[in-house]
Design a protein around this ligand. Structure first.
Ligand SMILES: C[S@@+](CC[C@H](N)C(=O)[O-])C[C@H]1O[C@@H](n2cnc3c(N)ncnc32)[C@H](O)[C@@H]1O
Length: 361
């Protein structure tokens, strides 16, 4: 990817990345603007630090217009009174921010509780400028870091991001760079200490996600999800980070909707050759190794008394990168065999704090 990124039509991988940003924003925003959720912060910040000029060569919307349209589509009189949405858009290229501003003015939002702010700024400067707003405990933040390459989120920046409360972050990474050029000093400078170069290039982004997981200090609860994107022979990917189980739960749902086989890539990342149009949620269907492995672990944990309620099951789902509904087949089987009793079919994320029990018989 390069400087003339916006002077060409977005390619398939870029469109998929944008679609993931859009779908996550669509799932995230209602948590904070809904009248039913008055315990969450009501100041909502959506920050796109690498906003670009707004469109590709053909006029297809880029991330800033997509995010604005998510807010426009969801705005309604049913929003929680007092909720306020700020959309912060910035880019280091002044011609791009000027173009973006002109586009935004052509089709304004006209929603008094929503403000859009466009700035010509380098990421590092802008991040420091916005940090007091992002760190405000009354704020919920969605941060998009759609960088070229790899270098914008070294360990010190990541350390700052993971300390922010109520903040979900989506980071685009050219993961193959670490795998192919990891021997170069300029790449080594930004590689995380836990990075382990995979022999299989398909796993380039999974290795980056693992390195980020290892960089989380033990005293911080932080969940990292990932989605690998293959463009030709290059592997890119999205990293998702959140402190909250609800955040990773929503990310996994979006990711599994995009990849119904293993929920993590736009290609056959496990090289299993499983057709996309199957439903793995029913007994007798071919089950991908990742899901099979999760089923075995869940059954084992339940049998050993290590999963005693729906929160334990949800936590195990998140650890294995699967959705809550993937546990259903195991729960049904164990109930049918008379080994457990529980009142739920699918563990409910809304009951995470007060989970229903699962009893071994
Ligand atoms: C991959 S593009 C982003 C595309 C955009 N999200 C969209 O959907 O159209 C990367 C953008 O980062 C900008 N950029 C490059 N270095 C930057 C930096 N250090 N700080 C902020 N923006 C930067 C570029 O001008 C470019 O518009």
């Amino acid at each position: 990817m390069s400087k003339n990124f916006h002077e060409k039509p977005f390619d398939e991988g870029t469109l998929l990345k944008l679609s993931l940003f859009e779908k996550y924003a669509q799932a995230w925003l209602p948590v904070f603007v809904s009248k039913d959720n008055s315990t969450w912060p009501a100041k909502i910040n959506i920050v796109d630090f690498f906003a670009g000029k707004g469109t590709d060569l053909l006029g297809k919307p880029g991330s800033p217009l997509i995010l604005r349209e998510v807010v426009r589509a969801q705005h309604s009189s049913k929003w929680r009174p007092g909720s306020r949405v700020n959309i912060y858009l910035s880019d280091a290229d002044s011609s791009k921010t000027a173009h973006l501003e002109a586009l935004l003015q052509k089709n304004p939002l006209n929603i008094p509780s929503v403000n859009i702010d466009v700035a010509h700024a380098d990421f590092k400067t802008r991040f420091q400028e916005l940090k007091p707003i992002l760190a405000d405990r009354q704020s919920a933040n969605l941060i998009i870091i759609d960088q070229f390459g790899v270098k914008q989120v070294p360990k010190n920046v990541f350390d700052e991001i993971i300390r922010l409360d109520s903040t979900d972050t989506l980071i685009f990474v050219s993961s193959n760079t670490f795998r192919r050029f990891g021997h170069l000093p300029e790449v080594q400078r930004i590689t995380l200490p836990g990075y382990n170069r995979p022999t299989d290039y398909y796993k380039a982004h999974l290795a980056v996600a693992d390195a980020f997981r290892q960089a989380v200090p033990p005293d911080v609860e932080y969940h990292i999800g990932s989605f690998s994107i293959k463009k030709g022979s290059n592997i890119y990917g999205i990293l998702f980070g959140t402190k909250h189980p609800l955040g990773i739960d929503k990310f996994l749902q979006v990711a599994w909707n995009m990849d119904p086989v293993v929920g993590t890539a736009n290609f056959d990342i496990e090289r299993e050759g499983i057709a996309l149009n199957q439903d793995f949620l029913f007994e007798g269907m071919e089950v991908p190794n990742k899901v099979q492995h999760f089923h075995e672990k869940l059954e084992d944990y339940i049998a050993k008394g290590q999963c005693v309620n729906e929160r334990d099951i949800i936590t195990l789902c998140h650890k294995h990168g699967v959705c809550r509904k993937h546990s259903t087949i195991v729960l049904e089987k164990m109930k049918k065999d008379g080994r457990i009793k529980c009142d739920f079919k699918v563990p409910d994320i809304n009951k995470f704090r007060e989970p229903r029990s699962l009893v071994l018989v």
